[in-house]
Design a protein around this ligand. Structure first.
Ligand SMILES: *Cc1c(COP(=O)(O)O)cnc(C)c1O
Length: 388
């Protein structure tokens, strides 16, 4: 009768994507989780309520989303936020002035900006390192280091971090280990299994998958971390509205189906791009020529639909991104529709130019988010744009 599958690990991923965390709706028996569009809840007497007092603190729609994604990541606690960056903001509130963090140099531009320009001003010290080599992290450690923060694959250079190796390092020193899993999603990669303490998501991308909301999530299996995140979520209040939680929940039901198609197209398009004369570089972890392909095969079960390519010439790159007909020129990624972007002037414009150059993020680099359209149509679209 009741349909509660909070941590139903005995079920497969796709079953949990549809059902995990859902509860029977008592009034009508609605099969789908309602949008509890309310700010407050009735109290039957002073201090007598059903566990819901005020919607910043608790909302049933939000709770179902939090339990659902916690299950998919193999964690026990989920916390939803108004955006991916609001989720990161909550993580950074775990620290205090003087604490030192080691962060991947190639993380999402907004994550870099938040750490450097807001928390840097508040006295957090952040060292950005190339996390392709664990030794680079080791060299950056100081007596005040408290967290290692990584994103793999990175955006847009598709660099990988050996999740288990960093997990061992973090555990040996007691650092909090946080992984942004937005690109791979739990369908292809589960950082908690490699020692991560917190997994971060921009729900905006693959989890919701339909480019119609903005949201973020944190997942952990540590009760002590969960207690502090619950406090921050309520005390700082960067929570999502129930409508956005409901959209994300609906999107996640088809996550496995969508990821399989993103992956199938991603593999074919990446391979096709390597054979095009005007393309000087293709960055995709699923290509055997990717320098870290072996790590990708070890910690990911698929490579997804994100591909970066370099045309070697900024003017050609500009013409290319303005000539596609199916690939829409827009920021963001992970939706059912294919998107094309120019990281240097769009998503990564806030990264200092010297740092962009150092990491290979040139003015001729282009990023593709392959959607779920017919692969043949996507290839034909790229083909005609390359010939423009
Ligand atoms: C988009 C994105 C974020 C930020 O999420 P928002 O929902 O836009 O705040 C963080 N990390 C990665 C990898 C992203 O792609």
């Amino acid at each position: 009768m009741t349909r509660i599958l909070p941590q139903a690990h005995q079920f497969g991923f796709a079953t949990r994507a549809v059902h995990a965390g859902q509860v029977a709706e008592p009034l009508s028996g609605a099969v789908m989780t309602p949008i509890y569009q309310t700010s407050t809840y009735v109290q039957e007497g002073l201090g007598k309520h059903r566990g819901y007092e005020y919607a910043r603190t608790q909302n049933p729609t939000r709770e179902v989303l939090e339990r659902n994604v916690a299950s998919l990541e193999g964690g026990t606690h989920g916390f939803a936020f108004g955006s991916g960056l609001a989720a990161l903001d909550a993580v950074l509130k775990l620290f205090k002035t003087g604490d030192h963090l080691v962060c991947g140099e190639n993380v999402y531009g907004g994550s870099h900006r938040l750490m450097e320009r807001i928390y840097g001003n508040l006295g957090l010290q952040v060292t950005f390192v190339d996390m392709r080599e664990v030794s680079n992290i080791e060299r950056a450690l100081t007596p005040t280091t408290r967290m290692i923060y990584c994103e793999t694959p990175t955006n847009p250079m598709m660099n990988l971090t050996d999740l288990a190796a960093v997990g061992d390092l973090a555990q040996a020193h007691g650092y909090l280990y946080v992984v942004d899993n937005t690109f791979a999603t739990p369908y292809f990669q589960r950082p908690l299994e490699h020692g991560a303490d917190i997994v971060l998501h921009s729900t905006t991308k693959y989890l919701n998958g339909h480019s119609d909301m903005v949201g973020g999530l944190l997942i952990t299996s540590r009760d002590d971390v969960a207690e502090r995140l619950a406090f921050i979520q309520n005390a700082a209040g960067a929570v999502p509205g129930p409508m956005d939680c409901w959209l994300a929940l609906r999107g996640i039901k088809t996550l496995p189906l969508r990821m399989r198609q993103h992956d199938a197209s991603g593999r074919r398009i990446a391979e096709w791009l390597t054979r095009q004369p005007g393309v000087s570089k293709v960055y995709y972890p699923g290509l055997p020529s990717h320098p870290q392909h072996e790590i990708a095969c070890r910690q990911m079960t698929g490579f997804g639909g994100m591909i970066s390519l370099d045309l070697g010439d900024a003017a050609r790159a500009r013409r290319f991104v303005e000539s596609t007909r199916i690939f829409v020129l827009a920021e963001s990624l992970g939706g059912v529709e294919s998107l094309i972007g120019h990281p240097a002037s769009m998503t990564h414009a806030s990264v200092p130019p010297a740092m962009r150059q150092a990491m290979g993020l040139t003015d001729s680099l282009i990023r593709l988010s392959c959607g779920v359209e017919d692969t043949e149509d996507l290839i034909a679209d790229l083909d005609q744009a390359l010939k423009t």
